[in-house]
Ligand binder design. Structure first.
Ligand code: 2AM
Length: 471
């Protein structure tokens, strides 16, 4: 009998997705460029409705129509190479799904390439790593609505489930799915850096790894409940078998990155949207990677020793509040970027539904996302998440502790770029008047750029005859 679903690319993510799809009652055909991987995979899973194919032609012939072919190959040129090979083999209305971490502009290009050929293309963000792929990822598919209808039964069956709801919705046309996955990754960068700053502060106050693990476990019972908080607690207590020391104390402090955070930065810059918390997180990784320079500078540039002589219990409470408030700002910024791009592209993004499908399967899964969904359900036109009643309340009650955390960090010489960026955004947003009046004066001074006045109607532009400056 023909297979219901085909998957190309049997690296770990691809293998796990196949096992997931098969476990939900679908027969799956698989193909990999290197046939040995196909043979090994099929041999390792006897008794399953999985059939391996050594040729792409045989693979395509084995699928029921319209064919559903998912690519889990390396993002970039490999996706184009496989699509090129598939085009002559596929027929009208067949569907190609790219489940890799493709740049959304590549997805738009492929959509424009395949649609005139009568093929249907879905760019789907798949989040949750290897375990998510096997047990239930969060899926962010972009493409035409007709294609969503054809894919929905499979996607809903394999996605993570939260409160009986599958963690997948049709995100929008074209590159919308991969775009939203990119923003998800940017937000993930922010969440991770904020947790690292909380750790740095607690450590500076002398808390042991075991004590910090207990703090994160406690936080995981409340508003901060999330997968990342949970794994942080487990990571902090892990002991190295060889040395008997904590693994975190042995790990070199140089962070890696694969580029999706930088894609988010570039997109925000292009759209003039402030994502200062995510920017701080990406830049913190960059600075961390410059270890040699930091070690050299540590003996040359002076400052306090980075220790906090404070009451630990009080600090724990303050850092909790600072972390939650900063996280809210980070999400507000990421959502602002999605809102802006969604409007520009006419994608019709449902931000509440998007937050909803991040509750399960993916790295940023967290209880607090349900408040985001509720905020957009209550007000679909919400301009800034921080102004939704629930978030407003949290920010207002957290702001005093948040300031104390940042102030103490600054006084002690402990870098908290993401906490600081979030707080500065909060304070900028609640400033009815910013020093940009002087900025406009400077612009008019050197470039006659003109300015509007507070005592004259908006839209009237003025120029001052500034004095001449010599030198
Ligand atoms: P491989 O086993 O033949 O290397 C992750 O790298 C997955 O993408 C692997 O399954 C790999 O197949 C596949 N892949 C990488 N580049 C490819 C290409 N140009 N064509 C087809 N598959 C490719």
């Amino acid at each position: 009998a023909p297979s219901d679903f085909g998957l190309i690319g049997l690296a770990v993510m691809g293998q796990n997705l196949v096992l997931n799809v098969e476990s939900r009652g679908f027969a799956v055909s698989v193909y990999n460029r290197t046939p040995a991987a196909t043979e090994a995979f099929v041999a390792a899973h006897p008794g399953k409705r999985i059939t391996g194919h050594a040729s792409l032609t045989a693979f395509v012939q084995s699928l029921s129509r319209p064919r559903r072919v998912m690519l889990m190959v390396k993002a970039g040129a490999a996706v184009d190479a496989v699509i090129e090979q598939l085009i002559p083999l596929l027929e009208q209305d067949d569907i190609i799904i790219d489940g890799g971490n493709s740049l959304y502009t590549d997805t738009e290009r492929r959509d424009a390439w395949l649609t005139p050929l009568g093929l249907r293309f879905i760019g789907a963000g798949v989040s949750g790593g290897e375990e998510g792929a096997r047990k239930g990822p969060s899926i962010m598919p972009g493409g035409p609505a007709s294609t969503w209808a054809a894919m929905r039964p499979v996607f809903e069956a394999i996605a993570a489930q939260v409160d009986g709801q599958p963690c997948v919705v049709h995100i929008g046309p074209g590159g919308a799915g991969h775009y939203v996955k990119m923003i998800h990754n940017g937000i993930e960068y922010g969440d991770m850096q904020l947790i690292c700053e909380a750790y740095a502060l607690l450590q500076a106050a002398g808390l042991s790894n075991a004590r910090m693990a207990a703090v994160f476990d406690q936080w995981n019972q409340g508003e901060l409940q999330s997968y990342l908080i949970q794994i942080t607690a487990r990571a902090l207590e892990q002991v190295d078998a060889e040395t008997g020391r904590h693994v975190v104390d042995l790990i070199l402090d140089k962070a890696g990155q694969k580029g999706t955070g930088q894609w988010t930065q570039l997109n925000a810059a292009e759209n003039a949207v402030v994502i200062s918390t995510i920017n701080a997180a990406v830049e913190a990784r960059v600075l961390s990677s410059q270890k040699d320079q930091r070690v050299a500078a540590s003996g040359q540039l002076q400052g306090p020793a980075g220790r906090l002589e404070v009451d630990a219990e009080r600090l724990i409470t303050q850092v909790h509040d600072a972390l939650f408030a900063s996280k809210i700002v980070s999400y507000a910024q990421g959502l602002d970027l999605m809102r802006t791009m969604g409007a520009k592209k006419g994608w019709g993004l449902d931000l509440g539904a998007i937050a909803g499908i991040w509750r399960g399967g993916c790295i940023i899964r967290a209880q607090f996302l349900r408040h985001i969904t509720a905020a957009y359900q209550a007000d679909p036109g919400l301009q800034n998440l921080m102004l939704a009643p629930y978030f407003q309340t949290v920010l207002n009650r957290s702001q005093a502790a948040w300031r104390q955390v940042v102030a103490q960090a600054v006084s002690a010489g402990i870098p908290v770029p993401a906490f600081g960026a979030s707080l500065a955004y909060f304070d900028s947003l609640r400033s009815a008047r910013l020093p940009a009046n002087l900025l406009q004066a400077q612009r008019d001074f050197f470039g006659a750029h003109t300015y509007e006045r507070i005592d004259k109607p908006a839209g009237q532009w003025f120029h001052t005859a500034w004095p001449e400056v010599i030198g």
